[in-house]
Design a protein. Structure first.
Length: 84
């Protein structure tokens, strides 16, 4: 059987999903502003600011620091919820 990497549409090859079910679950997750997250690829900790203006896909605006350059847009599949 051939092995392949499960990364979904917006994931990274360096941090693949364990299964297609996990990939689907991560791509569909929702967040609320103020929620703490960890970036699946970089490990950086951040906070959800809002849903991206493009509402057709599950992209979120994340703030990783105090500077404007610390604000990024990521797909939900690249974000891990942090339980406080």
């Amino acid at each position: 059987m051939e092995e392949y990497i499960i990364k979904g549409l917006w994931g990274c090859c360096c941090h693949p999903f364990a299964s297609w079910d996990e990939c689907d679950k991560m791509q569909k997750q929702k967040f609320t502003p103020g929620e703490k997250i960890k970036n699946r690829c970089t490990g950086k900790l951040g906070e959800i600011i809002s849903k991206d203006i493009d509402t057709t896909n599950n992209f979120w605006i994340v703030k990783y620091g105090k500077k404007p350059k610390d604000i990024h847009v990521h797909h939900a599949s690249m974000l891990l919820k942090i339980n406080n």
